[in-house]
Design a binder for this molecule. Sequence first.
Ligand code: AHR
Length: 493
Amino acid sequence: MNKVIINMDVEQATINKNIYGHFAEHLGRGIYEGIWVGEDSAIANTKGIRNDVLEALKKLDIPVLRWPGGCFADEYHWKDGVGPREDRKRMVNTHWGGVVENNHFGTHEFMLLCELLGAEPYICGNVGSGTVQEMSEWVEYITFNGESPMANWRAENGKKDPWKLNYFGVGNESWGCGGNMRPEYYADLYRRYQTFVKNYGDNNIYKIAGGANVDDYRWTEVMMREAGSLMDGLSLHYYTIPGDFWLGKGSAVDFTGDEWQVTMKKALHIDELISKHAVIMDRYDPEKRVGMIIDEWGTWFDVEPGTNPGFLYQQNTIRDALVAGVSLNIFNNHSDRVQMANIAQTINVLQAMILTDGDSMLLTPTYHVFEMFKVHQGAARLLVDASVEALNCGEEAFPRINVSASKNHQGHVHVSLCNMDYSQDADVTVDLRGGQPAKVQGRVLTADTINARNTFEEPDLVKPAAFEDFTKDGNSLKIHLPAKSVVVLSIRD
Ligand code: AHR
């Protein structure tokens, strides 16, 4: 018996639209080919940015985009990526495939991309191999209005007026690829670097400190204790990896039902991670001023056979869609502390929205979940009570159904439900308490097989459809959720 009570009149913290954020790193075919093709490309583009991808991404209402890394951020020197493209320095992308990075996609190109998408830029600065001066000058270059060396240089490079820059990350994974630091050391570096990330004019930067990897609670403790008052956000990274990171993560497409179960269980683990990191943050910041910024999350599988192992190219199935739906529901349900999340990574890398092959592109099942869930952006989270059946996974069990609900400014309620069971449909009773639901509509994303995916031959195999498998009796809905499905209901008075 699965029963869900949606308290339509009990509004909780607003779901920050930035929970629906994205991340694009200089990695594999993410930026080059995926986004940037150059102005001379045969692929239709706007000042070098491919139009097909742009149009598809626009439909997601991407609120914020993180760039240029990732690990790449701590070896990126932004000055190499401005000025005439033909003069830009070429470098080796040592983290990702050892390929040559020609720096054709730099600050101006990224800001243009954000402008075209209507997304806010979130730039991650270089602490690992960069200087305080370099970071400080990047902020000056982007945001200073008036006479200054960097503002003058920006104008020479074709942009007289400054941009707005709201989000700035001070380093990435400083415990690992960003410098292998101890939290005590990074906390001091953070204090120093962030001092020179200045607010010029009316530009106000939300400073994000590099946070913990998975369950490194000591990292969070030290950062909050030593630098909590100097940050606006603290990041957390967690990837859903069914296997072992080093010994074999598991195939993106060729997996068993048991591997599906393990994947769901691992996706749900982020709920515990958020709760436990939040307990530490609460001790130092009971007002919840500092946001938890989950600026890297998503599935991480073995690369597709025959592709460059450093390019992290993986296919995307209905299993990824469930991981996306479950994770977004969890973020919604922690809207009091989670203020941003950025799925890794937008195009052709890890759990991507879009895959490209030359001039073709396809939308992944994950894309469709983001498109279906965008109704939650900026809405008030509603209090939900769920009493649902358990699914066994080895010695452990996890809930079959995962859910979140919100009410938007027009008073429309949206409920997103995931049935994580890959083989059984589920009957769910949803009580809509405290409202007068007159009209209910739904959309569903599901598939016949556990590894169903869109391919360049069959790009529309997995896509949303109207959902009508429910009956309404007063304030109660009886819903029949297909196995392995994501459903979003829209409820109006
Ligand atoms: O998203 C891929 C990589 O994962 C990022 O570059 C890094 O920050 C993380 O380890």
